[in-house]
Design a protein around this ligand. Structure first.
Ligand code: ZN
Length: 342
C-alpha cells in the first residue's frame, strides 16, 4: 500500500512567443495587448509516495516504473494529508530560503474537512483550510508570509477560473490540475491579498463566476489539444480574460489592489503553457478516468507502467488495457492498494 503525496518535475523553457492581440471591450475602440507566451517542458516527472511499511518510508515513482495494483480493489479512501512544516530561514527582495519537512498521515479525515483531528489545526492545516475558504489568516504562521500568485486558467471552453498559490509551489501547481493555458495576473504580498482578489473576481465577472465541473474541464482540455491550434486558442483566452478583468475592475467596491490590474494587463500579459509533447501524444491516445470508481475498475488486478504526468493527468500504460489517464487529483492523498516493483 502507498499514498501519493506530491509530484515533482524539472521545467525548461522551450519557447517564448511575443504577440500583439487586438482586444475590444464593449463599444470602445479596439486596443492592443502585448502578450508573452512561455512554453515550459516538464521533464523527469515523479510521484512522491509514502509507503505503508514499518519505516513509513518515502519513495519516488519515476517514469518507466511498474506499479502492480491489487486484485479486487486498487484505490481506497482519501487520507489526511498530514502536515508540512515550513521554516523561513532567510528572505531578501529576490530570494527566499526555507526548510520544508513533510509529515504523512494514515488516518481518514473527519467529515467535511481534508484533515484528521490531529492535523486539523497545524500551520499547514490552517493554510490549506484558508485557501479552501474557511478559517482566518494567522499572522504567526509562515505560510501566510510567503508571496502568492493570482492566476487565471483557460480550459479551452467558454469559462475561466481564477486561482491562487504560494510562490514556492511554482510551476508544479499547473501539473497538479488539468489546465490548458494559464495567465499570471498578479504577484501578491501574501496569500491573504491573493485570496481577497480571487474571491472578489469570482463574484465580479460572469466569465469567472461559475467554474466548470471537473468533467467539463477535462473534455475542454482534450478537445483543445486535439485542435492543435495554440495561437488561436491563446488569442481567445487573452480576449476573454481582458474582457472579464476589465468588466470586474470597472465595478464599484473593488479591492484597492485590483485598481491597477486591468491597466497593467493591457500593457503586458504573461501566458504560460506547461507541456511535454511526447506525453501529450500518449494522452490523446488514452482513455480518461473522470472519477475514482472508473479508475479503480480499470486498474484493479493489473500492472501499469507510469509514463509520466502531463496537463494534470497521471499517464499509465496498463497491461492488457492500453493507455489510461487519471487526473492527479484523484490519486493525491488516496490510499492505493498497489506495490512498486521496479
Ligand atoms: Zn492526520
Amino acid at each position: 500500500m502507498f499514498v501519493v503525496r506530491a509530484l515533482n518535475a524539472v521545467f525548461n523553457v522551450s519557447e517564448v512567443v511575443r504577440d500583439n492581440i487586438e482586444c475590444r471591450v464593449g463599444l470602445l475602440p479596439p486596443r492592443v495587448v502585448n502578450v508573452i507566451m512561455t512554453t515550459y517542458r516538464a521533464r523527469n516527472t515523479q510521484l512522491l509516495i509514502q509507503l505503508n511499511d514499518p519505516y513509513n518510508s518515502w519513495c519516488l515513482i519515476e517514469e518507466g516504473t511498474i506499479i502492480r495494483f491489487n486484485d479486487g480493489k486498487a484505490l481506497g479512501p482519501k487520507l489526511c494529508p498530514g502536515a508540512v512544516h515550513l521554516d523561513l530561514i532567510k528572505r531578501t527582495d529576490e530570494t527566499i530560503t526555507f526548510h520544508m519537512l513533510r509529515e504523512g498521515c494514515w488516518e481518514e479525515p473527519s467529515p467535511r474537512t481534508p484533515f484528521c483531528p490531529k492535523h486539523f489545526n497545524t500551520r499547514y492545516g490552517q493554510y490549506v483550510r484558508y485557501v479552501f475558504g474557511s478559517g482566518k489568516p494567522n499572522p504567526d504562521n509562515p505560510f501566510f508570509h510567503l508571496p502568492a500568485l493570482l492566476y487565471a486558467v483557460f480550459y479551452g471552453g467558454d469559462r475561466l477560473k481564477v486561482g491562487t498559490t504560494i510562490i514556492i509551489k511554482g510551476l508544479r501547481r499547473f501539473l497538479e490540475q488539468p489546465v490548458y493555458l494559464i495567465a499570471l495576473l498578479k504577484l501578491c504580498r501574501n496569500i491573504e491579498d491573493a485570496r481577497e482578489l480571487e474571491v472578489w473576481f469570482s463574484k465580479s465577472s460572469r466569465l469567472f463566476s461559475q467554474a466548470p465541473s471537473m468533467k467539463l474541464r477535462i473534455g475542454d482540455i482534450i478537445r483543445s489539444l486535439m485542435r492543435k491550434d495554440l495561437t488561436k486558442d491563446m488569442c481567445r483566452f487573452v480576449r476573454s480574460l481582458i474582457l472579464a478583468v476589465t468588466e470586474a475592475t470597472s465595478r464599484r467596491g473593488r479591492p484597492g489592489s485590483s485598481k491597477s490590474l486591468a491597466d497593467q494587463l493591457w500593457k503586458k500579459l504573461s501566458v504560460i503553457n506547461v507541456t511535454r509533447p511526447d506525453l501529450e501524444k500518449e494522452l490523446l491516445r488514452s482513455r480518461v478516468a473522470v472519477d475514482v470508481n472508473m479508475a479503480d475498475k480499470i486498474l484493479a488486478g493489473r500492472a501499469a507502467e507510469f509514463l509520466g504526468i502531463v496537463r494534470g493527468f497521471i499517464l499509465l500504460r496498463v497491461n492488457g488495457a492500453g493507455n489510461f489517464a487519471v487526473p492527479y487529483e484523484v490519486f493525491r492523498d488516496r490510499l492505493t492498494y498497489a506495490r512498486v516493483t521496479s
